[in-house]
Write a protein that binds this ligand. Sequence first.
Ligand SMILES: C[S@@+](CC[C@H](N)C(=O)[O-])C[C@H]1O[C@@H](n2cnc3c(N)ncnc32)[C@H](O)[C@@H]1O
Length: 352
Amino acid sequence: MSMTLLEMTSARRGSLRRVSGPAALRRAARERGGEQARHVPTLARELLELLDPQPGQCAIDCTFGDGGHARLVAERLGPSGTLVAIDRDPVAEEGFARLEREVPCAVRFIRAGYAEALELLAREGLRADLAYFDLGMSWMQVDARERGFSYSYDAPLDMRMDPDQPLSARELVAEWDERRLARTLRDLGEERRAAAIARAIVRRRSRAPIATTLELVEAINSAVPAPARFGGGHPAKRSFQALRIAVNDELGQLDRALPRAWGLLRPGGSLAAISFHSLEDRRVKRFIAEQVRGCICPPELPVCACGREPRARSLSRRAIVPSAAEVARNPRSSSARLRGARKLEDSQAEAS
Ligand SMILES: C[S@@+](CC[C@H](N)C(=O)[O-])C[C@H]1O[C@@H](n2cnc3c(N)ncnc32)[C@H](O)[C@@H]1O
């Protein structure tokens, strides 16, 4: 009998079961109780300084996670402010119920991909003063073994942030052809050995399905020469990153969400994003540059013919990175990059 989407992970290797659906994930998180890793928000002081939330404003936290940033922003919004929180993970939704009781402002949670949630908010006619993203995964996701995000624990191969979505890493690894797998590992993981790893995955799955993280790690290891397996990070790190990004359509979500978040902002409103790898940061940087840019006429034209005006002001000259002290306290913050832009007061134009 085939197993349902996610069923509970059991301790013994060979009998790993997958945790089934949002309710079971919430239950597993609750059962871990005090052992549950709490997420430490990255660049929190810098995000607050950049956005400068004011009493009475409306803010959209597009990646609620454990609510670390949301809580700090909500405190600043005060009793007359509103916080809209978005996350596609049911465990985040559970955490939101705690925050709701503790913060002074009006709050609302939407469990959905942020691209879809922002579209919904636009249809409702919401106007916001602040919108921000803290991209990637929360510690609760990485450290919850049964979610299958980590190459360090043996678990069912899953990697879905939203357990309701049909595609998991297991289906992807079982069904995508070798070329598509290689392209994914190269483009989303910047994995130099993408072709060899894809070949090893296809060879291995022809013998038996790859159902667990450890089986995938073994397939990846078989494509990496022994000397390269030591030093330079875990040999499966880049492949796991690539598969996670693909399973959760992270770049597609971001590309759709940035203009939608921008469109919801009132004139004078601010957008900020914290990214953790260059694929995300490049998108955020390009998006902000597009809004900040004025005339796009060729330089040889003596006068402007395009009439295009800047729509935004960048909030920092370059990406803001964590201090050495923050990286020492929280090594997971080391690759973080924060960028932001403020919509000009007289800006009417939509994002491009
Ligand atoms: C880095 S964590 C955010 C942590 C949060 N800022 C905090 O301080 O606790 C990223 C969160 O964004 C969520 N997420 C990632 N991509 C998403 C998407 N496309 N739509 C909705 N939520 C998403 C993840 O489920 C995760 O909970």
